[in-house]
Structure formats: C-alpha cells, structure tokens
Ligand binder design. Structure first.
Ligand code: IVH
Length: 669
C-alpha cells in the first residue's frame, strides 16, 4: 500500500471505529458485532504497524497503554472540582429545597436528578476536541495526572465528535468498575496469586492510579460524565440537562438514569425509584444527586465553602460495614450439602441487622483467607444473602483456622466430597435429622406447599418431639397433638390444621417443586407439570424421556428418575396421595410469568417500553435493566442495544415484539 493510500484508509478506519465506539458506549446501541469490530481494529493496527508515522494520539489503537511513568505528576484543574453537600433523609431534602427556593424567591424549581456513582472523580481536559490531560480530583484544585490511564478506558473519547467542538472543555465525571468486571478482575487476581480488591471502588481507584497504563488497560474500568468545569466554545449552554445532552453529542457517555424533575416530590420519588433499582445497576452507586437545572439559577445560588448551594447528594445507606466473624458453623441442607455459615457480631447494613453471612464452601473460605475471629467487610446488596467481602488483615489477632468436619454435625454420617464438586455432603440421606428437617421446611415453604404458620422453629419442634418424621406425617397431625407443644395455643393449633387442609389442594408444579428433588427448582417443576400433566406419568418417566424436555439435562433427568425410584420416596408419595388433590388444571394454565425475569431493549412499535414492562409485571414477571445469565427472556424492538448482543452471548432466549405480543395474549386469554 502506498503511504497516501494508507493515510486515507487509516483515517477512514479511525472514524468508523470511533463511530462504532460511540454507538456502543454512549448510545448503548451497537450496529456491528464484536467480530466485525475486531476486523476493523485489526486492519487499522496493521496499517499503523507498516506506517508508524501515521499513528495519531487519538487513534483507537492507542488504548493499550504505554511504558510506565515513574510517578503521578501534579495537574492543576482550570476550575476547581467541588464536592457535594449531603442529605440523609426526607427532612434534610425538604430543607434544602426550601432554602434555595427562598434564596431565589421562586415557587417551583426544576432539578436534574442523577445517580451518584461510587467511583473516582476525574477531570478530563479537551483542547480543540483532543484529549490533553486527565486528572484525579486531588484536593479539588490540584490532582494527579492519570492521562495515560484514562486514555485506556474505552468509554472516554480520545477526540470529541460532532458539531461545535469547543476550544476548551473540562469534562467532569466518574471512573467506576462494574460488578461483573470487578468479579472477573478478582478471579484473575486470585488465579495469579495477586491482591484481590475489597470492592469495585477500591479496584477502580487502584487501577486508575497505576504507574503502568498497560496494567490499567487490562482493568474493566468504565466512565460516566456528569458535568463540566472550564468551557470555552460557541455553543450556549443554559441548563444542566443542556450540558449533559451536549456532552453526549460530543461523544461522552452520560448515565441513562438521568431525569428532569419538577419540584421536591418528584425528587423524592426519584430517590425511591433509583433506590429500588440499585441492586440491578451494573455498578455501585451510593446515592442520587440533585442539581438545580437552570445555570442562571446556579450562578445566583453560588457556593458555600467548597460545595455548591445548587446541588445536593441524597445518600443511600452504605451496603458494606465492618464487623467481627465470631464463628463458622455448618448448616446441613436438604440435599446433604454442608454449607459453612459465618456467625457475625450483629451489625446494621443498609437498615437491616446482619448476624449471618454465607460462606458458600470451603474453597471460598480459603480463597478469601477467612479465619474465625477476623474483622471483615460484610456486604448486603438487594435481596441477596449477606456476604463477606474481604478480611481486614491489619486487624488480625488471635484467629483460628476453620476446618471442615469429617462427619455430619447433625447425624454423624460420613462427609464426602465428590470429584469436581465444591461442596461436601453428608451421606446420611433421610436418616440425617438435619436433612429431614430441611426437607420438611422446604415442603412447607411459600413457593412450595405454602403452609401458613408452619415455620422452621415449629418444624424442628415437631420433629424433635417425634410427632412427625417426614412430610407425609404432616397431614396426620391433629389439633390436639399440636396443642401439646410448648408455646402453642389452641387457636394457633387450629390455624395450622386449617393451613394444612388448605394446602391439600395444590397445583402439580408446586407439588413437584415441594418434593425437593435435587436441582429441580420452580422452572423445572413447571416444565414437568406442563409436559406430563400427571404425577403418575412423571413417576414413570425414563431419563431419556426427561432429557427431551428443554432445560433438563442428563444430571437433572437422573436426579428426577432416581428420586422416584427410591423406596422411601415411593412410600411417602403413596402416603401423600391419600391427602393431596393435585390441581392439574392450574398447571395447564400456568402460564403466568411468575418468577420469570425479562429485559426489554430497543423501541417497540405497538407500545412504550414502560407499558410493555407493566404488562409483564402484571403477569408476575420481573423486569430488570440488565441482562444476566438469570434472565429468562430479552424482548427486543427496533434497533436493540447492547443488551440484545449480551443476550446472544449469554445464550438468553430472545423474543421479537410479535413473539412478545403472542406470549402476553396467550397467557391473558
Ligand atoms: S457533581 C458541583 N454528580 O461525588 C458538584 N458528583 O461529593 C460536583 N459524584 O467527588 C459533583 N456522581 O466524584 C456530581 N452525578 C454526580 C456524581 C458526583 C458521583 C461524586 C464526585 C464527587 C463527589 C462529590
């Protein structure tokens, strides 16, 4: 290739790639596959390898990092980076609103509501559209030069795109790490025997302050712009939402959760709404930020010390706290799995007192190097069981090593670990009291037979007193027998008998789920009910037949088959059949989307996304914002974004708009 020809092609490729980056990272709406993208990149790299002089500083190939620097230099921000005042409750928010309304002498105010990213603030300077420096916040006036590292973050444009490129622009935003990126990074670090990070924020900070940007380039950092500092350009910017829109047009990623809000009540609802969605976001946030939208009003309000009067952060409770690990106990599950459980010194995390945390299995304990007596970070996010994030090694003193027992703490049977499995199991089966109790607890639970009032404690009491020894025994319990139990009044005893009676009429799918067959969750139970419509037929099913049901693989098929072959189970089912009336009709219509999880992406032609979401939720489905392995379906409309790609990557089923409409119609009729 001739030099001139190469120059032209390289320029065209850069523009093309930058445009695809923009579609992917800023618009969340890619138009080519990862492979097609890689082909373009490869071609550009090849040209730049042959013609080194053609490499430009803003070439998309220049994100892999450069030789390490010896230290992080100081950079002075053109305009100081301010901090934010905080509010922790509604009263403080209302006071903020009142204060500024009075100061401005207005009756109503418009705000921009946005998420408060839990990462690191950076200031990126663009001159005539080219990225010149990027610096941490530092003391607000002078930060550390992290240009070499910020240049490796894929969302950060190395040159601005679009119209009216300003002569000078300081972009303010946050560098964060997604949960997924964080988990993957820690896995890699562990494998290499290197330091694991306590949380995504620490990981982002550690990655951003690297001297060697080739290391940073390997770290899954992301960036969101939330404002500007110094600015010199033609375009008049009159409001904060104006600024955000303009930043987006210049190629900078802005959070899609940003919303214009009228008045304090809309602000409070926004805080609640984002709070509810917090655990579904791809990255950590620690609150929401409200900014007076009109810049003229912002100017009028000015600053107090180093924080603007026109903005406030309404914080969420922290998801992580520090506490002491008092002991590690073993819980024997219904399938015999021995799960180590951390007993913690009680600590309040995001409004809930946490006393236990799961430790998953022995490998996890080893990986996190957890010892009894350690001080630990506990994290509680969304509905998930609290977890120990990491150990504070500096505070370690008088700790004891945890050892997995070799016999079951409940029944004394041997404990074995199957090859390739992370868990140890008690081989006691239903002769193990713990497994027996867990099986009954599962049977009575809400998603299974839903026996009101029959909780864990009562089940333990019933088993220990010898009144029951398996699930079938429950239905022979009399009110008189129940009333003999300690702390049990006649009324409560009566209620339990009523609840037991009520549970006798049950759908086939729930009944199957209630049996507690290993690895048969609600979805598999539902699939079985739909396929066979009869318990007798399921009992007779062969493994080959079972495997023909989608979602049932050889292992689960074997579990189901062998469950129904066991003499003990046959006896119990025989006994249960005397009491239970299986409601096959309900299984037929099952059809509700209870427990299924959906994600909607792209533009639908027949209705808005919100309406589509409402319809799904009305049928019992959960609608989330991001696609994970747990997503059951991704509904896609016109020009679907990266969520669609992700569904394909993760092998999540996708539904076109028509398929979605058919599904809804099929269920509602
Ligand atoms: S605005 C003039 N917006 O919060 C106001 N800050 O305490 C300056 N932060 O160090 C900040 N998300 O790192 C703003 N949407 C957001 C933010 C945000 C996170 C961080 C920022 C800053 C700190 C302020």
């Amino acid at each position: 290739m001739q030099l001139e020809q190469a120059r032209h092609r390289a320029e065209a490729l850069r523009q093309l790639i930058n445009n695809h980056n923009y579609q992917y990272y800023v618009l969340d709406d890619p138009s080519i596959t990862d492979n097609e993208y890689d082909v373009l990149m490869r071609e550009l790299i090849d040209i730049e390898t042959d013609f080194i002089d053609l490499i430009t500083t803003d070439s998309p190939t220049q994100r892999v990092g450069v030789s390490p620097v010896s230290e992080l230099k100081e950079v002075k921000h053109l305009m100081p980076m301010l901090s934010l005042g905080n509010a922790f409750n509604e009263d403080e928010m209302r006071a903020f609103n009142k204060r500024i309304k009075e100061k401005l002498s207005v009756n109503s105010l418009e705000f921009s509501g946005e998420t408060k990213f839990d990462g690191l603030a950076v200031n990126i300077l663009y001159e005539n559209g080219l990225l010149i420096t990027a610096a941490t916040r530092g003391d607000g006036s002078i930060g550390e030069d992290v240009t070499h590292n910020v240049r490796t973050i894929p969302q950060v444009p190395l040159s601005l795109i679009g119209e009216n490129i300003p002569q000078l622009l300081e972009v303010r935003g946050e560098v964060v790490m997604t949960h997924k990126g964080f988990a993957a990074l820690n896995d890699r670090q562990r494998e290499k025997g290197e330091k694991v990070f306590a949380n995504p924020r620490n990981a982002a900070a550690g990655s951003l302050r690297q001297l060697d940007s080739r290391v940073t380039a390997q770290r899954p950092l992301a960036f969101f712009a939330y404002g500007i500092g110094d600015y010199n350009g033609n375009k008049d910017l009159t409001s904060h939402t104006n600024i955000l829109r303009q930043l987006k047009e210049w190629g900078l990623p802005v959070s899609s959760d940003t919303k214009r809000l009228k008045g304090i009540d809309e602000c409070l609802s926004y805080h609640t709404e984002i709070g509810a969605a917090r655990s579904e976001l791809e990255h950590d946030i620690d609150g929401v930020v409200f900014k007076v939208n009109e810049l003229s009003q912002q100017r009028e309000l000015g600053f107090v010390s180093r924080a603007p009067r026109w903005a406030i952060a309404y914080k969420f409770p922290p998801l992580e706290e520090i506490t002491q690990l008092l002991d590690i106990e073993i819980q024997v599950g219904r399938t015999g799995a021995l799960t180590p459980v951390a007993r913690l010194s009680p600590v309040s995390v995001a409004g809930v007192t946490v006393t236990n945390a799961t430790l998953h299995n022995i490998d996890e304990i080893k990986r996190k190097d957890i010892k009894i007596g350690d001080w630990v970070y506990v994290r509680r996010a969304g509905d998930v069981i609290p977890e120990i994030v990491s150990v504070i090694k500096e505070r370690r003193a008088n700790v004891a090593e945890f050892v997995m027992p070799t016999v079951c703490p409940a029944c004394g049977s041997d404990v074995v670990r199957q090859e390739g499995e992370a868990v140890y199991r008690c081989i006691g089966g239903l002769s193990c009291s713990a497994q027996k109790i867990q099986a009954i607890i599962h049977f009575a639970s809400r998603k299974a037979m839903n026996i009101d009032g029959l909780g864990d404690k009562l089940i333990i009491q019933l088993t220990e007193s010898g009144l029951i020894s398996n699930i079938a025994d429950l239905y022979s319990l009399s009110q008189e027998q129940l009333a003999t139990l300690e702390r049990m009044g006649t009324k409560s005893a009566e209620n339990i008998v009523t609840a037991l009676d009520k549970s006798k009429k049950i759908s086939l799918e729930r009944f199957i789920y209630a049996m507690g067959i290993r690895e048969v969750g609600e979805a598999t139970a539902r699939a079985l009910a739909i396929r066979y419509k009869s318990l007798d037929l399921i009992e007779q099913a062969t493994t080959g037949e079972l495997e023909s049901i989608s979602d049932i693989g050889p292992v689960v098929a074997f579990n189901i088959y062998s469950f129904f072959q066991q003499k003990h189970n046959k006896e119990i089912i025989h006994e249960l059949k005397k009491h239970i009336h299986l409601d096959i009709v309900e299984s037929n219509q099952l059809a509700t989307l209870d427990g299924m999880s959906f994600v909607i992406t792209g533009t639908l032609s027949s209705m808005g996304r919100d309406e589509a979401k409402q319809k799904l939720m009305a049928l019992g489905a959960k609608v989330s914002r991001s696609v994970s392995k747990k997503t059951n379906y991704v509904v896609y409309g016109e020009s679907p974004g990266s969520k669609y790609e992700k569904a394909l990557q993760l092998d999540v089923k996708t539904l076109s708009e028509q398929q979605y409409l058919d599904l809804i119609a099929g269920i509602s009729t």
